[in-house]
Design a protein around this ligand. Sequence first.
Ligand code: AMP
Length: 563
Amino acid sequence: MAHIGIDLGTTNSLVSVFEGGGPRPIANRLGGFLTPSVVGFDGRKLYTGESALARKVAHPEEVAGAFKRTMGTEKTYKLGGKKFTSVELSAAILQSLKEDAEQDLQERVVDVVISVPAYFNETQRNCVASAARMADLNPVRLINEPTAAALAYGLQDLEEESCFLVFDLGGGTFDVSVLEVFEGVMEVRATSGDAFLGGEDFTSLLARKLYEELPEDQQTEANRVPLAKVADEAKHALSKQPQAEINVDRPGLTLSTQITREEFELLCEPLLARLRRPMERVLYDAKLKPDDLEKVVLVGGATRMPVIRTMLAKTLRHFPDAHIDPDYAVALGASVQAGLVGKNQALKDVVMTDVTAHSLGIETVRKIGNRHLDGYFLPIIERNTVIPVSREEIVHPIHPQQDHIEVTVYQGEAPDVKSNVKLGRLKVDLPRAKSGEHESVSVRFTYDVSGLLDVDVTTLQDDKTSNLLIKNLAGDMSASQIEATRKKLAKLKTHPRDEEINVLMRARIEQCFAMARLDQRAEFSDLLAQFDAVLAAQDPSDIEHFRDEVTPLLDRFEASYVL
Ligand code: AMP
């Protein structure tokens, strides 16, 4: 059976097959490799790919594109008098890729691996899987796009534990991820990006400059479309040559000018600055410096611009690896994964972990001088935390006589809650305070890929818990799915300090301390302090890492003691 991988992209999609030990892109019915992720419906007939795109100018109301952006939302697209969801439109693209693959391979194609953005939540992933089933495909695995790109580059075979960065700049979106590979296991350590930044923005900047160069009587709305096309051609030309000639001569629009690569790059500086920020953030979240990266790989057509490559070389001190076509890397990697799934246990599998895309927290009050100012955001689960996760924070009411506390939940990265997204509010009565004492409450957030956020507020004095279930992040879930997810979440709610495995670890360190000679004791008391700090931070992967590092040390010490 053929091993098929599909990159279902925002702008373009591609299908690839793993055969003869390597991946190969499959051409579509028109002989091209990239199929525009565009669907048209004229009331009778469904159009996909190039033929849908070609109808866009004459029948814009019958054509939809970029529907991947609305996956998991309620949005519908009305085309030719009929409503379509993004799942149905994606199914139409998948169906046409399936037919192209069957034509090429001369066999039936059912099992596929499909790539999805690393930040997609479970609802969005379920939507992609449903679209596949609607197209008579069996999605054996969904793979994160940066992981797929890394597989195309063969990074799973790196012997040493290494980290690398996947820089994905498409037509309209920018995603940057840091991945780690260790003994054949690949993990997404952190992701960031900008959902509204891509190659098209570079085209728009150039188009605007050309527009401003036009004589005033030609600066009309009608001229913007042809100028965008000319600007796009010039942008592509500048990726190959140091200068581009621009000559347009049509009724109402005459322009003859030239632009050098240097001028273009200067023009793009504000966009480059916007690209740098998520890169800094992703390294910060992955707790890495540029020198810790083994490799930087490129994905997405817009990374062909030389200015992107020099910017990366300067910022990350790595010249990026681009020997695989950046438009094909994700699809090729998805088919490599299909090959791995096919061979089952024979080859190293790739494990993926999910991380939260945004921070989740509550509103707090700060005391500045003797004034109380509200509206501050206190993150409880930081962005890029590996999920599932459960974390608690202790908060204190401001006034000793306060009889209730309001917990307002927000999502976002801004320090002031006003700039973040409000998700819900919970009012909790406080038990009567003992004279003058502040009553504290613990606020616990529990969250997993389903997008359901379970908030528990417990008054510490009488140990009463109030609960708020936030569903906004979860998309459409049935009552029984919610119940099943809550059961799963409930298991996470133990503080790591109270988890059996950590209790045992702590007891072992204490025991080693007791057994150790006086001059060895400092080492174990340091370990204990470090472990307590890691437990207090409640990051499951850091805790696991600590245990993995320290266990052999304790094993050795205990063995030497017995001898
Ligand atoms: P993708 O969505 O990955 O196919 O990326 C498409 C984007 O890449 C569009 O904005 C294209 O204009 C841009 N792109 C493709 N090839 C080049 C090139 N040679 N030079 C500059 N930009 C390019």
